[in-house]
Design a protein around this ligand. Structure first.
Ligand SMILES: [Zn+2]
Ligand SMILES: [Zn+2]
Length: 159
C-alpha cells in the first residue's frame, strides 16, 4: 500500500472524527498508518505486535476501540473467514480480490479475477444500490487435499 493511499485514509479519518466530535489522538493515526502497511488481512494480535515493534505501545482495548472507529468510518472491513478467526483488511484492498478459504485448515488465499468483478458490477439488482462487495469461496486447499489423499492411500494399502 503506497503512502499516497495512507494520506487519503488519514483525511477520511480526520473528517470522520470531526463529524463525530471524537478526539484526534496520535494513537488513532498511528494505528491507521500501521494498518496501511499490511499487504493483506491482519488480526488484532498481528496489529498489536507490529505496533510493539515500532515501539508504539497501545492496549488491546484501545486497538479494539480504534478498529471500531475505522469500521464506522468505512476505512476497513471485518472478515470472519472461519468461526474462530476474525480478521480485518483495508477496504480499498479488500475490493481488489476474492478470498479462497480452506474449510479444513482455515488458510485464506486471495485471487484477483477481473471478469468476476465486472460480472458483479454489471448485476442488475432492483431496489438496491450495491456499494461494496467481497467474495468468499470455500473449499479445500492443495495441502489439505494432498494430506487427505495420502491418508486414503495408506488406508487402502492396509486393507
Ligand atoms: Zn483480502
Ligand atoms: Zn487447508
Amino acid at each position: 500500500m503506497d503512502n499516497k493511499y495512507c494520506a487519503e485514509a488519514k483525511l477520511v479519518l480526520t473528517e470522520y472524527l470531526t463529524q463525530q466530535k471524537l478526539r484526534k489522538t496520535d494513537e488513532r493515526y498511528a494505528i491507521l498508518e500501521q494498518i496501511c502497511l499490511f499487504p493483506s488481512h491482519f488480526d488484532i494480535c498481528m496489529l498489536h505486535e507490529s505496533l510493539d515493534k515500532m515501539n508504539y505501545h497501545v492496549s488491546k482495548a484501545t486497538l479494539y476501540n480504534t478498529l471500531e472507529i475505522l469500521l464506522a468510518a468505512d476505512l476497513i472491513v471485518k472478515h470472519q473467514f472461519t468461526a474462530k478467526s476474525i480478521q480485518y483488511e483495508l477496504k480499498a484492498l479488500a475490493e481488489t480480490h476474492s478470498h479462497l478459504i480452506c474449510s479444513i485448515c482455515g488458510t485464506v488465499r486471495e485471487i484477483r479475477d477481473m471478469s468476476l468483478k465486472k460480472d458483479i458490477k454489471n448485476l442488475k439488482i432492483s431496489r438496491f444500490t450495491p456499494m461494496f462487495h467481497t467474495l468468499y469461496i470455500y473449499g479445500i486447499c492443495s495441502k489439505c487435499k494432498y494430506r487427505i489423499q495420502k491418508n486414503n492411500n495408506k488406508n487402502n494399502t492396509k486393507q
